[in-house]
Design a protein around this ligand. Sequence first.
Ligand code: CAA
Length: 240
Amino acid sequence: MGRVAIVTGGTRGIGEAISIALKEAGNTVAAVYAGNDVKAKEFSDATGIQTYKFDVSNFEQCQEGVAKIVSDLGPIEILVNNAGITRDATLHKMTPDQWAVVIQTDLTSCFNMCRVTIESMRERSFGRIINISSMNGELGGFGQANYSAAKAGMIGFSKAVAREDAGKGITVNVITPGFVATEMVETIPEKVINSIVSNIPVKRLGQPSEIARGVVFLSSDDAGYITGCTLDINGGMYMT
Ligand code: CAA
C-alpha cells in the first residue's frame, strides 16, 4: 500500500538508494537534502522524486519543511532519518566544533524529525520510523568519538520512542550499516580502507541498495511486530 515517506539525506549515497527503493515499493517519497542543489536536481530529474531543501539539524526548519511536505503530499507515515556527516579526528585532536556539528546533524536531527512527525502518526495510529545509525555506533569507530556517540545515541533514542509508541501502531527501528560504497567511505585514506575491507568477513564494501532493502522491509505493513530492533547490515564485520 502506498504511503507518504520522508527520507532525510535522501538524494545522495545510502539515502538516494532508500528513496528509490521506497518509491519502487509504491510509496510517495519526499527526499530532503541540505545543500547540494546540483545533485538534488539530477536525482529528481532521474527518479521523479520530489526534493525538499532544509537543514534537519534545525528544529524550526524541520517544522516548516515537514509542514510543506504534508501540504504537498499528505500526512507522513514513514520517516527515514538517514542524514549524517562525519568530521573524523582522534579525540586528542578533535575540536569542540567537530564534536558539536556531528551530534547536531546526526543525532539532534533525529529528535527534530521524529518530534515534528510523531503527533500526527499517533493521531492516525500508524507510523514506521527507521533510523539509519552505523556499525560504528556499536563498535566505536577509530577517529570517530563524535560520530560513534551520535550513532549510539540514535539506538537508545529509538528504543525509548519504540516503547512509548508501540501501542499506537508506530514502530521505531534502527539499521546499522557497516562500510558501504558511498562518498563518505571514499574519504577514508586508502591504506586505512584496504585494512578495513580485509577485516570484513564478506571481503567487500556493502552496496547502498543492500541497506535500502532493509528499510523497505521495516517500513512495510508486514513488519508491524518488529519494534525497537537494530538490524545490522555490515557483511559480518560486527555481530551483535
Ligand atoms: N584502525 C586502527 N588504526 C588506525 C585507523 C583504524 N581505523 N585509522 C588510522 N589508524 C592509525 C594509522 O594507521 C596511523 O598509525 P601509524 O601512526 O602507526 O601509521 C595512526 O592511526 C594515525 O593515523 P593518521 O596518520 O591518519 O592520523 P590523522 O590524525 O591524520 O588522521 C584519522 C586520523 C582522522 C582517524 C584518519 O586516520 C581517518 O580518517 N581514518 C578513518 C576513520 C574512519 O574509519 N572513518 C569511517 C568513515 S565511514 C563511516 O563513518 C560510515 C560508517 O558509518 C561505517
